[in-house]
Design a protein around this ligand. Structure first.
Ligand code: ACO
Length: 369
């Protein structure tokens, strides 16, 4: 059996899917047949939501229908809002989010219906409510009242509004929307795998998403975007970036925002898109040094380790400049990824085989009490 042992399941194919694929050789992220980066330039996050759920891009009428469905389902149960305010004020926001999403199960009338249609409706409800839980998680631990969603704003602009309390400019909303697109779906990362494993027991979509939140919190995964921002702030100036990274490397520390299990030594196309967005944003906000610091970090890591930045490296300063609190970077990632996780859970339920691997036992034998 030992020849089937791949630590970390590296290069193991765990599922057949029609959702997405990382074509590393061609530097393309395939999403239902489209190139994710081309999509990010040409369509909006809601197009991606429709595409991931239905397998095709929406026409105008379908797009409006999706927008209306999401607006109709927006709004949190008052019990959820109260619950978030009962949590200890030092609770990590990913834990607040995990609790809030989990609590939606009690309100969900179709919780145990795993049919495609019920899972679709539940996905819409999650997509309508998760951004609000994300925004409210920050407000709850800071003793602030929730901000009600605004019906007149787009999905992304409304999400930003609920976080910052301010209506973003068109440019800001566009950059944020692009970030949600590049975070929306990425084949089989740890969090999506976690959700599929949970769904494979016939457990429900809310439980599967709750598990994905727990997975995404880790700094080797989604938690990296917050860690990147802390590193940039720790450096604080362009000339401090190189010594900071070299010092960390000499202590054998991981540099957050670099490396990737699948891309290995190839660039992450999503990072390049966020890098493109960062430069004009940093100039517009009078914070050009942030962009320069990122460039230096990128040069140093390539020179020292041959590693490229991943999405989190450039998403972090972009979110910072958009006024998103650092503690919300990973929760925002989760909100964007909700659609990817939902699509995978639906696919798992449609064509299920229980995940149940084996172990390579290296413990003692023949002991007796
Ligand atoms: N900083 C320093 N060295 C690194 C880094 C890094 N960020 N990433 C990989 N390495 C080195 C390792 O030390 C190791 O070197 P060695 O062979 O000399 O020991 C080699 O590269 C391979 O590393 P592994 O840990 O075996 O690679 P793995 O595929 O398990 O790790 C991971 C991938 C976890 C993403 C890793 O690159 C990492 O820790 N990155 C930092 C965290 C991060 O940015 N996570 C976000 C991932 S993307 C996302 O979630 C959107």
């Amino acid at each position: 059996m030992s020849e089937l042992y791949y630590p970390g399941l590296e290069n193991v194919i765990a599922s057949e899917t029609r959702i997405s694929f990382l074509d590393v050789d061609n530097e393309e992220i395939v999403l239902r047949g489209y190139d994710l980066i081309e999509l990010a330039h040409k369509v909006t996050y809601l197009d991606i939501v429709f595409l991931l759920l239905n397998g095709n891009l929406p026409n105008e009428e379908q797009y409006k229908g999706l927008e209306q469905d999401l607006k109709r389902e927006a709004g949190l149960p008052k019990e959820t809002i109260q619950l978030l305010r009962l949590l200890p004020k030092n609770t990590h926001l990913m834990d607040v989010l995990r609790t809030g999403i989990s609590a939606l199960a009690g309100e969900e009338t179709e919780i145990d219906d795993r049919s495609w249609a019920a899972n679709y409706r539940k996905s819409i409800r999650l997509l309508a409510k998760v951004p609000q839980i994300v925004a409210d998680s920050f407000r709850a631990v800071n003793n602030q009242d929730p901000i009600e969603p605004r019906q007149d704003l787009s999905y992304s602009a409304n999400f930003m509004y609920m976080i910052t309390g301010q209506v973003p400019t068109e440019t800001e909303a566009k950059i944020f929307d692009q970030s949600l697109i590049v975070y929306s779906e990425h084949e089989m990362p740890n969090s999506t795998f976690t959700a599929r494993v949970i769904a494979s027991t016939q457990a429900d979509i809310i439980g599967a998403l709750t598990g994905a939140v727990a997975s995404l919190k880790g700094t080797l995964h989604g938690g990296a975007n917050e860690a990147v921002m802390h590193m940039l702030l720790e450096a604080g100036a362009v000339d401090k970036m190189e010594p900071l990274i070299l010092g960390k490397l000499s202590r054998k520390e991981r540099i957050m925002g670099f490396g990737h299990r699948v891309y290995m030594k190839k660039p992450d196309p999503r990072a390049l898109l966020m890098k493109e967005a960062l430069q004009p944003l940093a100039t517009a906000k009078g914070q050009e040094h942030l962009y320069q610091m990122c460039l230096i970090g990128e040069e140093v890591m390539y020179r020292e380790k041959g590693l490229h930045p991943n999405l989190d490296y450039y998403a972090a300063p972009v979110y910072y400049l958009l006024g998103i609190p650092i503690d919300l970077f990973t929760p925002v990632f989760l909100a964007a990824r909700t659609i990817g996780v939902c699509a995978h859970v639906i696919e798992q339920h449609e064509n299920n085989r229980l995940f149940r691997p084996r172990v390579l036992y290296s413990g003692p034998r023949n002991l007796h009490p």
